[in-house]
Ligand binder design. Sequence first.
Ligand SMILES: [Zn+2]
Length: 249
Amino acid sequence: MPSTRTANRPSKLLDGAVGVTTPRSVNEIFEVLRDAVVSQRLSPGVQLKEQPLASAFGVNRAAIRQVLAKLANCKLAVHRLNRGVFVASPSREEAVSIFHARRVVETAIIELAVERMDAHGLRELRTIIAQEQAGYLSGKLREASKLSVQFHRTLAQKAGNSVLEQFLEEIVARTPLVVLSFNVTDNLGCEGGEHAKIVDAIEARDAALAVRLLHEHLGHLENKLAFDEHLQPDELERAIFHSLGSAND
Ligand SMILES: [Zn+2]
């Protein structure tokens, strides 16, 4: 098995993409690829070759280079000298830093959410949790883990501080890469029950409880990571196959 794989299967990348038309603009292609990382369809270490991507999206290589530069700006991809561009594989230090940053940023977000969350926002969060739990129960793990990320993003939107929201956006988009790099257990996502308890605490306007539950929740995610085993791309493929199963392909 080669040590790196190439993202040259457009149908896989376009799975779950919004709409039926092929994305053509740099921003649209960027969104598709970012979504593929967030929903764990693109794994750490996968090579992002210009020509197959250009063919897949029906654009020229210059457009793909712009997309890859945007992904690198968000730390979702890395340029390797004389080798090309690859989906980022966070180091242990980066993984620890990402979780530390999540705790700091999401603490501020949740304190604001306790003050500002309205009935509409609570309903929206509970709808996401219901869909997320249904996804995990029916074995649609990729869709469910995407909804887990969506829960944290929506919480940030509803807190009403766009700068914090932007910080969180970058951090949560990188979390799936950390999870895929270091997680070898079957459960790759958030615990939906924990999301529900956090929303209950927000609704009760209990900031101390909401923050404590959030820290416990992020602690549980971080504790799932097997930091002793930084998987190589071919090992990752096996781990993902084992974890997600072919039913999600
Ligand atoms: Zn979560």
